[in-house]
Design a protein around this ligand. Sequence first.
Ligand code: T46
Length: 142
Amino acid sequence: MSLIKWIDFQTLGDERGSLVSIEQGKVVPFEIKRVYYIYRTAEGVSRGYHAHRNLQQVAICLVGKCRMVLDDGVTREDVWLDCATKGILIEGGMWREMHDFSEQCVLLVLASAPYDEADYIRNYEEFLAITRQSRIATSLQC
Ligand code: T46
């Protein structure tokens, strides 16, 4: 099963241009507690390189493009974010990296919880150990 889970937002466009509305309880599968955006990323810079223990997020590239890598400890996939009407769902326990930001890229992120540094796993070896443990625990339940 692919790690890439898209969420499509309806465009409410008319002759004046386009509009996307994101309402609590519709389309986004969690309560939105925080919104942030990443912009003016310098050329050649990559971001991310961490996982979250519990946080769920939806990332939408409003302008320009960037490449998102998702890794669940077993599989690694990458995808271009380049469409203002499509968001990618990033669930907990997923390592993420962002690369190849275009100059104008604006990446909007909807998050299920306030900022909490304790929810971050910033060391890849620690991330692999945690995901291995959770796979063992899941297989013992079956
Ligand atoms: C993620 C990817 C997609 C805050 O104080 N509050 C916030 O809400 C956020 C998101 C960050 N910060 C601080 C923490 C750092 O000192 O801002 C600084 C930059 O954050 P970070 O290095 O974590 O940024 P990215 O681009 O590597 O990762 C961010 C999010 O942190 C992360 O949750 O999934 O975007």
